[in-house]
Ligand binder design. Structure first.
Ligand code: SF4
Ligand code: SF4
Ligand code: SF4
Length: 314
C-alpha cells in the first residue's frame, strides 16, 4: 500500500502538528528569549519606508518600478494579457497599491502593500530552514537555496505578505526584500521610493522617518487617523511606517498588539518547560496565524483551480 503524501497533504499534516516537527529543528534555548525582546529596539542604522496615504494619488508608478527592479513579469491574468492587474500580493507582485472605498460614503484611500520588514519578523522565526533572515539595515531577505516551499513563513506572517509560486514546477516564496541585492547594496534607494512622483512613499533611516511622520501629525491636527504612526509599535515594530487619514484597519492593516510575536513564543516557553517545549510553544503561537490563514489558502486554491481549470495537486 502506498503511503506517499502529496505536498498539500504533507503541509496539512505539518499544520495539524502545529509545526512541532518543523520548528523542532530549530535550536530554541533560553537565549532565544534574549533574541526576541517584547519590544525590540531598532538599530541606529535601521532603514525604513514611510508611506503617507494622504499624499498617494494611486498613480501606481511604484508597481512597475518594483517589477522591473525585481525582474518580475506583469500579472496580466485578469486583463487578458494586456496590462498589469494584480488583485493582491502574489508571486509576480511584491508591491501593490490597493484602493479602499466606503460604499456608503465618499471615504476612500489608497494603500501600498509590501513586506513590512518587521523588527522581529515572525517569518524568520517560523522558517525551519533559515531561509529568511534579517540582513544589513534590517531588510528581511530570503535565500532560495535554503527554501523548500514549506510555506511556514506564509502562514506565520501577521501581515499575510509571503506569496507562493503556484505556477512554478518548484514553487518557492516571493516577497519584497527592500530591493536588498538589486539596489540597497549598490547604495541606491528602493525602486518604489525612487519612482514615486509625489513623495507618498519615501526612504531613509527609521529614526528619521519616524520623526518626520510625527512632525506631519503635529503640524496637521485632526488630519491623521488616531494621530499615530502605524508600524511604530505593531507586532514589536516594523520598518515600513504608515500615515493615513482613514482607519488603518479599513485600509487593510491588521490590528496587532505591540509585543513581538517571537517574544510571545519564547515567553510561553520559559513558563512551561526549559527545553523541548520551545518548538511547541513557538509553533503554538505561530499556529494561531496558521489557523487564521489556512481558510484563506483554501479559498486561494479553489480560485486558482477555477482559473486554471485543473485541480491543484500541490
Ligand atoms: S508611485 Fe507614489 S503616488 Fe503613485 S501609487 Fe505609488 S506610492 Fe502612490
Ligand atoms: S511582514 Fe511578514 S514577511 Fe515581512 S518581515 Fe514581517 S513577518 Fe516577515
Ligand atoms: S522595496 Fe523594492 S521589492 Fe520592496 S516594494 Fe519597494 S520596489 Fe518592491
Amino acid at each position: 500500500m502506498s503511503v506517499a503524501l502529496s505536498r498539500r497533504q504533507a503541509f496539512k499534516v505539518m499544520v495539524g502538528l502545529g509545526g512541532t516537527v518543523a520548528t523542532g529543528l530549530l535550536p530554541k534555548t533560553a537565549a532565544a528569549e534574549e533574541e526576541h525582546p517584547a519590544h525590540p529596539v531598532a538599530p541606529a542604522d535601521a532603514i525604513a519606508m514611510l508611506y503617507d496615504s494622504t499624499v498617494c494619488t494611486g498613480c501606481k508608478a511604484c508597481m512597475p518600478a518594483c517589477n522591473e527592479a525585481n525582474g518580475l513579469p506583469a500579472d496580466t491574468l485578469l486583463s487578458g494579457g494586456i496590462w498589469d492587474m494584480p488583485t493582491g500580493l502574489n508571486a509576480q507582485t511584491k508591491n501593490i497599491i490597493e484602493l479602499y472605498q466606503d460604499p456608503k460614503s465618499d471615504e476612500f484611500a489608497f494603500v501600498k502593500k509590501q513586506c513590512m520588514h518587521c523588527l522581529d519578523p515572525a517569518c524568520v522565526t517560523g522558517c525551519p530552514f533559515g531561509s529568511l533572515k534579517k540582513s544589513d539595515w534590517g531588510a528581511v531577505t530570503w535565500n532560495s537555496s535554503l527554501c523548500i516551499g514549506c510555506r511556514y513563513c506564509e502562514v506565520a506572517c501577521p501581515f499575510e505578505v509571503p506569496q507562493f509560486e503556484w505556477k512554478s514546477w518548484n514553487p518557492q516564496i516571493v516577497k519584497c526584500e527592500f530591493c536588498y541585492d538589486q539596489r540597497l547594496k549598490k547604495d541606491l534607494e528602493p525602486a518604489c521610493t525612487a519612482a514615486c512622483p509625489t513623495g507618498a512613499v519615501i526612504f531613509g533611516k527609521r529614526v528619521d522617518l519616524l520623526a518626520k511622520a510625527k512632525d506631519r501629525i503635529a503640524t496637521a491636527p485632526g488630519k491623521y487617523f488616531e494621530e499615530r504612526v502605524y508600524g511604530e509599535h505593531e507586532a514589536g515594530g516594523t520598518q515600513v511606517l504608515y500615515l493615513s487619514s482613514v482607519s488603518f484597519q479599513k485600509i487593510g492593516l491588521p490590528k496587532l498588539g505591540t509585543t513581538s510575536i517571537g517574544h510571545y513564543a519564547t515567553k510561553v516557553t520559559s513558563h512551561i518547560y526549559k527545553w523541548l517545549s520551545g518548538p511547541i510553544a513557538v509553533s503554538g503561537v505561530l499556529g494561531f496565524f496558521i489557523r487564521r490563514n489556512w481558510n484563506r489558502h483554501e479559498l486561494e486554491r479553489l480560485e486558482h483551480e477555477k482559473q486554471s481549470g485543473f485541480p491543484d495537486q500541490l
